[in-house]
Every structure is written in structure tokens, then in C-alpha cells.
Design a protein around this ligand. Structure first.
Ligand code: GRF
Length: 205
């Protein structure tokens, strides 16, 4: 079995979309892939209840209980490693990870960011896209590297920015697409590996 460990901080709608896709598409039976655990840095993360109801092991590591970012990340890395992960999925995990954590899980650490990277790294992506007068916005699944919101892009989805949009309405439109591309990118990455897309080009030419 290839184990996925998902890290969340909040509502966990991306995590839920991934769990639902795994169930509906029978990732376990067809691909030997399962969601092994959902970890959160916040005990009140709404997504934890959803995971528990699905019988997925959950664990909370409160970052405020650790003396430093390094100490928290060391504990987090141990908790993740306990599940022998083939893939670690950041799904609305609102902590910046230390280089040591990123290095440890290099090549098997994915994130979804609510903008069309490399535009709008960081926070408040939707308001910034509106303020910049963008006509389109979207989301990006990417591999995590030491630098924030940078790293090889695996998949993107584009949505229109409408004249009447607020950050909230745009965020909702983008989130719908996050739920489509994140499960798809995860499955492709685990099934075909990092070079999967390029292999398709070679075989087609
Ligand atoms: C998503 O927009 C994600 O891209 C961003 O935080 C939000 C998390 O939503 N990093 P959820 O917790 O998956 O519902």
C-alpha cells in the first residue's frame, strides 16, 4: 500500500475532496493507495471530524505547545513518518515548514495554492488578483520546495474573475476547482511519478 498523509489547519474541504475521490474511484483496490492519516496543528480544525467519521486516524499537534518552529516541525515529521508516507499532502495547512521538514519529504510533498503560480504567492491571493485587475484566477498544485509557494507545478485550473467579484465569491469559485485538480494530481503523481506528464509527450511524438 502507498500511504498518503494529509495535513490540515481548517475546514479541510480539500482533504474531504481527496478522501471522497479515493473512495469513489477505489484508489485502494485499483492503485494500492490509501489515506493513512489526517494530521492538524489545530484541535478545532473542522476537517478532523470528517476524517474521524470516515475511520481515518487523526492526530493533533498544537504548534503553540512547542518552543520553536524547529521543535514543532521535528515532532510533526516524526508523526508523519510513523505512517510511512509515499506522499505528504498539504491541504490548507497554514504553517510554514522548515527546510529540514521539506528536505526530509522532498519529492513526496505536495501543496495546493489558491492562485495561478508563479503569480500571487503568499496570502490574500483572491483580493490581490481582483486589485490587480486580473481577468482570470485559479489554483495550482505544486511540489513543495524550501521556498514558499515555489516548486514544480503539477496541475492548474483557471476560472474567470467577474466584475462583481469579491474575494469571497472568487475564493468559492476557485475552491470548487481545487477540489477537482487536487485529487487528480495526487493520483497521477503516485501512479505515474514526477515525470508522468513528460512520459506522455514522448510516447505521443
Ligand atoms: C484553500 O483555498 C487552499 O488552497 C488554501 O487554503 C484553503 C483551504 O481550504 N491554502 P480547505 O481547508 O481545504 O477547505
Amino acid at each position: 500500500m502507498k500511504n498518503i498523509v494529509i495535513l490540515i489547519s481548517g475546514g479541510g474541504s480539500n482533504m474531504a475532496a481527496i478522501v471522497r475521490a479515493a473512495e469513489q474511484q477505489d484508489w485502494a483496490g485499483r492503485h494500492g493507495i490509501r489515506i493513512a492519516a489526517v494530521l492538524s496543528n489545530r484541535a478545532d480544525a473542522g476537517g478532523l471530524q470528517f476524517a474521524r467519521e470516515r475511520g481515518i486516524p487523526t492526530q493533533v499537534l498544537d504548534h503553540k505547545a512547542y518552543p520553536s518552529r524547529e521543535a514543532f516541525d521535528t515532532a510533526l515529521a516524526e508523526a508523519v513518518q510513523a505512517h510511512d508516507p509515499a506522499l505528504v499532502v498539504l491541504a490548507g495547512f497554514m504553517r510554514i515548514l522548515t527546510p529540514a521538514f521539506v528536505e526530509r519529504f522532498a519529492g513526496r510533498l505536495l501543496n495546493i495554492h489558491p492562485s495561478l503560480l508563479p503569480a500571487f504567492t503568499g496570502l490574500n491571493t483572491h483580493q490581490r488578483a481582483i486589485d490587480a485587475g486580473c481577468k482570470v484566477a485559479g489554483c495550482t498544485v505544486h511540489e513543495v520546495t524550501a521556498e514558499l509557494d515555489v516548486g514544480p507545478i503539477l496541475e492548474q485550473a483557471v476560472v474567470p474573475v467577474l466584475p462583481c467579484d469579491t474575494a469571497a465569491t472568487l475564493a468559492a469559485r476557485v475552491l470548487e476547482q481545487e477540489h477537482v485538480i487536487y485529487p487528480r494530481a495526487i493520483l497521477a503523481h503516485l501512479r505515474d511519478g514526477a515525470g508522468g506528464e513528460k512520459a506522455l509527450c514522448t510516447s505521443a511524438s
